[in-house]
Design a protein around this ligand. Structure first.
Ligand code: DGT
Ligand code: CA
Ligand code: CA
Length: 572
């Protein structure tokens, strides 16, 4: 089985982490991270391209050196350089990266300032209150670290949803080849579209269970079998992801799918409703006494307790059962509702594809509009645009729009919000734009009050339209900055701004509960990919999934509006 792009990207990211902890040249660290992004977001498989004799050196951010490393990974499944690096950095230090809130920069500080090399030393330092005094840390971070260590979160690695997807998709493909399989689906947190996934729960109906289990064990990415029986098996994949496989009879499929989709609290609540109606509900079906009264489909299970079908993304026991009883479940937004994408980059700043290429890709997706939103000058590493370069790009976009049919390219910018809340571009230049997206790329460590005021001030600028990646978090790597999000949402509502739901799979910024808060306040959300290549326009599906977890309907989503109504909104 060929090595997947996400496996290659994971290795590059790991190298970048280790280089960063080791205090290596930041440009090399960045080169690996950029390459990881390119590979991850690339529409074609690196392994297939190499097999077809194509030259990877031509890809953006991949030079001769990295192309050679990709070849080594594809040929051997691993990279010697990574193994050498791992020997240099103690495994305990590398393991600390898995603690929430601890990225390579912080691990390096802990190592250099406090001489921390092991998890025990980290715990000890946290208990003594030494960590809060370090630059870039605080009492809150310290408490989080301590809590995570105590929960042993360091051992239990969670995977980003999209990482789990690429591993899961290939595994499903493999299992579908087993003799006499019928359904093969992934349930659990993966099906609920939780942003991270602890393990994959795979549900299968088949003629003979043992055939499927044998097929799983024969999969060449299985590292070891943890346990196995006639109808179930647990294995660990080479990437470290656990897979729980269950084989169920077809008559139980819906009941089992419901059970293994969870969440556990939702299941318990449904089971309790069943008990009140004299029903027993488990993974084999819905039973009245000995008689099975439902279970072939999930809808049949819900119907027995008097409920309509509840979408998996809502099954968190966070009010969805009450809403189902009251018939007030949201009619969740779908990808088909999305008419455009309001945040993306081209080669003019740090994107990999040209303006025309992005526009053509958007046309292929059937979009009515896109906004081109390059970085502003303050963000030098991303080749941010000066006023002069932005004006030139606006002219180019005007000319492009004359040629395009069906798609309108909006002139925009992802303008930096400076420390004092002013924008990194003069008003007379912003005036000409259709869309002004504002974002924070520096000054993450302001106090809650200062950070909130900074953003409120930025939104006071009448040109400001959308607040991008509003909390700045990177899932599992960087915490959200301190912010009174509710105040920001209310201010956005009253001043006619929108808030972005950034669809980059490691951001998904806002999270689900913040989306619900935004919806209840009535501020529109723009689901935006922040694409840095044509392939990344497809990240829209991650954003839509997150929006669905946040109970959003079509009417809550700015980029489900038709062009004329969108443009009116931008006029504030
Ligand atoms: P994860 O893997 O940590 O991301 O989260 P889940 O939700 O996938 O949890 P997992 O893999 O432990 O279990 C999969 C589903 O199986 C879970 O969502 C609900 C169901 N389940 C597991 N244990 C129980 C239980 O004790 N009672 C009930 N009712 N359901 C359970
Ligand atoms: Ca799971
Ligand atoms: Ca599981």
């Amino acid at each position: 089985m060929a090595v997947s792009n996400s496996e290659i990207a994971a290795i590059f990211n790991e190298i970048a982490d280790l280089l960063e902890i080791a205090g290596e040249n930041p440009f090399r660290v960045r080169a690996y991270r950029n390459a990881a992004r390119t590979v991850e977001g690339y529409s074609r498989s690196m392994a297939e391209m190499l097999a077809a004799g194509e030259d990877l050196e031509e890809l953006p951010t991949i030079g001769e050196d990295l192309a050679g490393k990709i070849r080594e990974i594809v040929d051997t499944g691993r990279l010697r350089k990574l193994q050498r690096l791992e020997r240099g950095v103690s495994p305990a230090l590398a393991g600390m990266l898995r603690l929430p809130g601890l990225g390579p920069k912080r691990v390096k500080v802990l190592h250099e300032r406090l001489g921390i090399n092991t998890q025990e030393e980290l715990e000890h330092a946290a208990e003594q209150g030494k960590i809060r005094e370090l630059p870039g840390f605080g009492a809150k971070t310290e408490a989080k670290i301590l809590e995570a260590i105590r929960r042993h979160a360091g051992q239990e690695r969670r995977f980003l949803w999209h990482e789990a997807e690429s591993l899961g998709k290939e595994l499903l493909h493999h299992l579908e080849q087993a003799r006499a399989v019928r359904d093969v689906v992934i349930a659990g947190s993966f099906r609920r579209r939780q942003e991270t996934v602890g393990d994959l729960d795979i549900l299968v109906t088949a003629g003979k269970g043992t055939d499927v289990i044998q097929c799983l064990h024969d999969y060449d990415r299985v590292e070891r079998v943890v346990s196995s029986g006639e109808t179930r098996s647990t294995v660990i994949l080479r990437m470290g992801l656990q897979v729980d496989l269950r084989v169920v009879p077809a008559v139980s499929f819906g009941a089992a799918l419901h059970y293994f989709t969870g969440c556990k609290a939702h299941n318990i609540a449904i089971r309790t409703l069943g008990v009140r109606k004299g029903l027993k509900i488990n993974e084999y079906g819905v039973f009245r006494g000995e008689r099975r009264v439902a279970g072939k489909s999930e809808a049949s299970v819900y119907a027995q307790v008097g409920l309509p079908y509840i979408e998996p993304e809502l099954r968190e026991n966070q009010g969805e059962i009450e809403a189902a009883q009251k018939k007030t479940l949201p009619d969740l937004v779908t990808e088909a509702d999305i008419l455009g994408d309001l945040h993306m980059h081209t080669t003019a700043s740090d994107g990999h594809d040209s303006l025309e290429a992005m526009a053509r890709a958007a046309q292929r997706r059937g979009y009515a509009y896109i906004a081109i939103t390059e970085h502003s000058q303050r963000l030098k590493v991303a080749r941010g645009l000066t006023a002069e370069r932005l004006r030139k790009q606006c002219d180019v976009i005007d000319r492009l729009n004359d040629k395009l049919r069906g798609l309108r390219v909006l002139k925009g910018m992802e303008v930096d919000i400076l420390d004092d809340g002013s924008l990194d571009m003069p008003d007379d230049v912003l005036e000409r734009l259709d869309v002004c997206v504002g974002a924070i790329h520096a000054g993450f460590n302001l106090s809650r009050k200062k950070q909130t005021e900074r953003i409120l001030r930025a939104m006071d600028n009448p040109h400001f339209n959308i607040l991008a990646h509003p909390t700045g978090r990177l899932i599992g790597r960087r915490d959200a900055y301190e912010l009174d999000l509710e105040r920001v949402l209310r201010a956005a509502k009253s001043s006619g701004c929108a808030i972005e739901l950034n669809a980059q799979p490691e951001r998904l910024d806002l999270d689900d509960s913040a989306c619900r808060l935004a919806r209840s306040i009535g501020v529109p959300l723009a689901i935006s990919t922040d694409a840095h290549s044509t392939a990344q326009l497809d990240y829209m599906r991650f954003g839509v999934a997150q929006a669905r977890r946040g109970w959003l309907e079509k009417a809550d989503v700015l980029n489900s509006r038709k062009l004329h109504s969108l443009l009116k909104f931008m006029q504030r």
